[in-house]
Design a protein around this ligand. Structure first.
Ligand SMILES: [Zn+2]
Length: 376
């Protein structure tokens, strides 16, 4: 590896980490990281960083240029995704134009635009303006960071992270139903951080009826980052008195129901501020999960965090719709047979090296966690 490419990788690593800060907050836009360096006699130094801001504007590059001002001239721009070259309906200056105007000498990019309509156009425009362009630096890492956006553009659906917590003997809940405190406090905090990095948190009605959860982000200073709460509820059984419905005015609640669900239940939920959408049900009477996710994709949702329950986790994975799986295991045991957290079919998929790879594992507080990524 040359000295330049080692430097490029180190700066891109920082750019990716900075860009990931805004995950779950950028609306339909990808969450792009950008970093500007300037050469000095002692080597390159970072003069500004940026990431896509809340709601998607300014873009990451524009945010970094706003911060750098005239100091960007002659520098190098690192960016996690090919800079945009087209004007949107909001008529903001495309990042390619900002980059040319800023007078940077060199642009280093992790991955090309996944949209075939625009792929490569940003690179071509930059090069035709005399800027040196290096592509593909830490591309795999960038693909992971932008996975939700890439899937929405290429497959019309968001990425799905399925998370399940279990006891040491493998249970997500007691046989009688109702919540059991599975995770330690540190692991719970980590789960809330994961929620904040997704656009939507999605749950089956069974888990809602059992636990009456709030599904918000309860971390100091991050309450405003609670994702939209989506409930998969074929027959519209969500109780109007539930904590979810009662708080629909503060954090949105969307319910995805079957076309056949009772109209009266819909009217009651809508009156309480809940948005109800309908998809077709399969022959088994359960919602068509791919159609449900495509509906979310059409609404501009890039990242879905599914916290259950085990049945939905298994169905999503069997349909090839689970892109990441997080399993956390507490040292505590339930001690009697309960609801199995990782059902046999999901366990089989996770153990197949052609389908999933163990990307990360470790301890958070007392709990062990494993994060799997879908390969195929
Ligand atoms: Zn842009």
């Amino acid at each position: 590896m040359t000295e330049q490419s080692a430097l490029d990788r180190a700066f891109m690593q920082q750019t990716l980490a900075y860009g990931a800060r805004g995950l779950g907050t950028t609306g339909t836009n990808p969450c792009v990281g950008a970093l500007i360096t300037q050469d000095t006699p002692d080597g390159p130094v970072v003069i500004a960083r940026g990431h896509t801001q809340i709601g998607g504007r300014p873009h990451g590059e524009a945010h970094a240029f706003d911060r750098a001002g005239a100091a960007a001239t002659g520098g190098t721009l690192y960016v996690t995704l090919e800079p945009c070259s087209h004007r949107t309906i909001r008529a903001a200056t495309p990042c390619v134009e900002r980059t040319i105007r800023a007078g940077v000498r060199r642009v280093v990019v992790a991955m090309a635009d996944p949209n075939p309509r625009f792929r490569g156009l940003g690179f071509a425009l930059l090069r035709s303006a005399g800027i040196s362009v290096t592509t593909g630096v830490l591309e795999d890492e960038a693909r992971h960071s932008h996975r939700g956006y890439v899937l929405r553009i290429t497959e019309g659906r968001p990425m799905v992270t399925f998370k399940v917590a279990r006891t040491a003997d493998g249970y997500a809940g007691s046989a009688a139903g109702g919540p059991i405190a599975v995770s330690c406090q540190a692991a719970n905090g980590w789960v809330h951080l994961q929620r904040a990095h997704h656009d939507v948190i999605m749950l089956g009605i069974g888990s809602v009826l059992a636990d009456n959860p709030m599904l918000t982000v309860r971390l100091p200073g991050m309450a405003h980052r609670s994702p939209i709460r989506v409930i998969l509820d074929s027959h519209l059984r969500l109780p109007p008195g539930s904590r979810l419905v009662q708080s629909a005015g503060e954090v949105p609640v969307w319910v995805i129901a079957a076309e056949t669900a009772p109209v009266a239940n819909e009217a009651e939920l809508v009156a309480a501020g809940v948005e109800v959408m309908r998809v077709s049900a399969g022959p088994d009477g359960h919602l068509d999960l791919r159609e449900a996710l495509q509906l979310l994709g059409a609404r501009g949702i890039n990242r879905v965090f599914s916290e259950g329950g085990p049945t939905i986790g298994e169905k999503l994975a069997l349909a090839g719709l689970t892109d990441e799986v997080i399993v956390s295991t507490s040292p505590r045991t339930l001690g009697s047979p309960g609801i199995v957290a990782v059902r046999p079919a999901l366990a089989g998929l996770l153990a197949d090296p052609d389908l999933y790879r163990l990307a990360e594992s470790g301890l958070i507080g007392h709990d062990r966690f494993e994060r799997y990524e879908r390969i195929a």
